[in-house]
Design a protein around this ligand. Sequence first.
Ligand SMILES: Cc1cc2nc3c(=O)[nH]c(=O)nc-3n(C[C@H](O)[C@H](O)[C@H](O)COP(=O)(O)OP(=O)(O)OC[C@H]3O[C@@H](n4cnc5c(N)ncnc54)[C@H](O)[C@@H]3O)c2cc1C
Length: 403
Amino acid sequence: MDLSYGVENESFRAEVKAFLKEAWKPLDDQGGVLKGPALKAFIKGFRHQAVERGYLYRGIPKRYGGSEQAADVMKAQIIREAFAAARAPMEVSGNGINMLVPTLLDRGEEWQREMFVRPTVEGEFNWAQGYSEPGSGSDLASVRTRAELINGEWVINGSKIWTSQGDRCQYMFALVRTEPEAAKHAGISYLLIDLRQPGVTIRPLRQMTGEAGFSEIFFDNAKTPADWIVGRPGEGWQVSRTTLKHERASIGSADRGVELLGKLVELARKAQRFGRPAIEDREIRQDLAAFEGWVLAQKYTAYRQFSLAADGKEAGIVGLLNKLYTTDIGHEAARIAQELIADEALLMPAIPGPGVRRGDEKWLDQVMGSLGVAIAGGASNIQRNIISERGLGLPRDLALQGE
Ligand SMILES: Cc1cc2nc3c(=O)[nH]c(=O)nc-3n(C[C@H](O)[C@H](O)[C@H](O)COP(=O)(O)OP(=O)(O)OC[C@H]3O[C@@H](n4cnc5c(N)ncnc54)[C@H](O)[C@@H]3O)c2cc1C
């Protein structure tokens, strides 16, 4: 196995590193003096330069604010590695850039791309994903929120739930039922909705950590223009598949597992168990060794996936396994951490607040958060169904046959 990148790619890496030293280092040198709007402006300027050099938004055409580079998985990986090492920001994150932009590039009208892509790339438009409803999560095609075309506008009634960052987004891309007479999957449309209007009520939902990362969103005769639809009426299900493909692809990565392993070992050195450092305990050592095995398996599977992509081949079942494996690793890390922290967890705040020591208390967030990650973007059991059907060619879930 040859894990080197080759001379040409190494010279590209040197070029990216030199750029980061020049464009990003000044912020480090200021020792965190920049804050608020000044910091935001610095980051925006840095991203602009990175786009000009062809390092960010490589798959997005220049006319919409991207750098329009030919697909090159080696270069993309080198950029990720160099930016991570310099702790420099990459693209703005969120549903808009991860899900809506690829969907608009694939399926949107030209005017929709012109209107929405650049402000989303620049972080000015924030998007909520309006799919789940009470009773429609895994069985997403059962959505009941209605939209009717009345006098040149869609009039929307119903509600969405578990909308991440819903109270902080101006816009939503939503699946709504527009043809109630049509078969389940054929009656859905993909609408773009401005959330800042009187017909929309947003109620943040408080979680067990104390944070409110989700909202419940109610539509009461809310309106959106007739052409704020991606694809034709009734094509929303196919359009949403484009988006979900990007969501699932963006979740799997080996980096987080490697980081968690390092932090767990550090925690095991500090924590006490039966009057001595926990790392000296046989059971804990076995747990950590097994965990390292999982993480290394994921790391080398990621290399396999990377090699397949570099040869222009599809990742197939390896790619489908990624999400499940990543969330399983998150669970296992949380279980070991819980074992190590033991009763101290009862006294820890779930969210680090002002004056609270950062570090250990993040473990509680890992314990609680790992549950949510296994559900977001499709629950683990649904992912198992996908692996068995699409990856292994097994027959469809009996309960769903005929749908
Ligand atoms: C952190 C987080 C962020 C989220 N963000 C968003 C968001 O921004 N926008 C949005 O629209 N939604 C969001 N969601 C919602 C998420 O998509 C749904 O919670 C998820 O699809 C599961 O749906 P449900 O909660 O209705 O559970 P259900 O569908 O009721 O599932 C309950 C359990 O039954 C199992 N199950 C269901 N059907 C089957 C089957 N056919 N075979 C085997 N097992 C099955 C599931 O695996 C699960 O364990 C988010 C959720 C989380 C946790």
